[in-house]
Ligand binder design. Sequence first.
Ligand code: LLP
Length: 421
Amino acid sequence: MDYFLYKNGQLHAEDVAVAEIAKAVGTPFYLYSAATFRRHFRLFEEALAGMDHLICYAMKANGNLAILKLMADLGAGIDVVSGGEYAKARAAGVPGDRIVFSGVGKTPAEMKLALTGGIRQFNVESEPELMALSRVATSLGKIAPITIRVNPDVDAKTHAKIATGKSENKFGIPIAKARAAYQQAAALPGIEVVGIDVHIGSQLTDLAPYEAAFNKVADLTHQLRADGHNIKRLDLGGGLGIPYERSNEAPPLPIEYGEVVRRTVGDLGCEIEIEPGRLIAGNAGILVASVIYLKHGEGRDFLILDAAMNDLIRPAMYEAHHDIIPVVEPVPGTEQSLVDIVGPVCESGDTFAKQRNMAPLQADDLVAFRSAGAYGAVMASEYNARPLIPEVLVEGDQFAVIRARPSFEEMINRDTMPVWL
Ligand code: LLP
């Protein structure tokens, strides 16, 4: 559930009319609900209640500083995947001992940044990374706490571009090689083994792959302990899916996911970490856009919006569905018709939805893309020299711009001219 609801025929974010924000900020823009972010975080807290745990919000889903602070204030840890994300998490006030560092290609500079700034653990993804981390840590006179990300070879049954737990994916160390990798880790100076990490993919709508993966992690925990390793922490990754198409999707709830965690790894005496991103941020945000034109084509109508693929790439990149709703609620019984909903970018791929049933809309009307809070703003670009769109946060009856729209001048001035040109 989220806090984007129609009240008196007008879409609201919590207690603020979306149209009012559009008037103040201009479209397109991202709009987030603080209450929804908090609610989703608490769902995971409830799901893991009674188990020693830390919810490490995967900031790749939405890394705005205000969102990070909101999460940190709830006691969240943060999952980062780059030096930039680490620096942003710290800038938002997240203590180092609540930051886990994931990612398949951490550089020595990123390792140094985290080791000097403070880190909870590195989730190591290969033997060469293990050696590099040991070298960096030793040179700094530090010990790097690590888990090894194991690849359990389970099919997450999600979109191929966001599945990560099959042996054909680039992620983790094959679970069959894990014992050897842990042996190697234990022998390295500068490395301290603290646990095991696994992440099998994103937008999972079935719990069975989790059950299979976590059972393998439980078995590995016993083996590694027998080998003499101190396995005190299990990082189970993120990935729980959300309903993008509300009329016909009902993915498992955090509480059901929590039951799988409890059943598979709950009695190992380990601290449990999870790294949810999408479930916390996805339905806590919408993208608000205006209709520029309604164009009658050959046998089909096009609704041309002022938002484009550079602002929200998911439909173009993953054929992802986003519900798109009018900001003024259609009166019940309004007849709908089929339209293609597109942006102004010069590519056919700049299509948000094909043959979507919509109530009649005309130029200047506002629409909202639902489920746009995760992997929306963070994946945006300035393609076609379209400045990054603003982000706005609502809390009750107040709202604030948490990232302003750059002017053309600011965008242009980021390029620099060689002296010889
Ligand atoms: N932990 C690790 C190691 C990850 O790679 C990811 C996501 C997460 C946690 C968070 O997963 P979540 O709970 O958000 O599903 N851009 C794609 C999604 C890519 C996900 C990459 N990794 C999209 O728009 O669907």
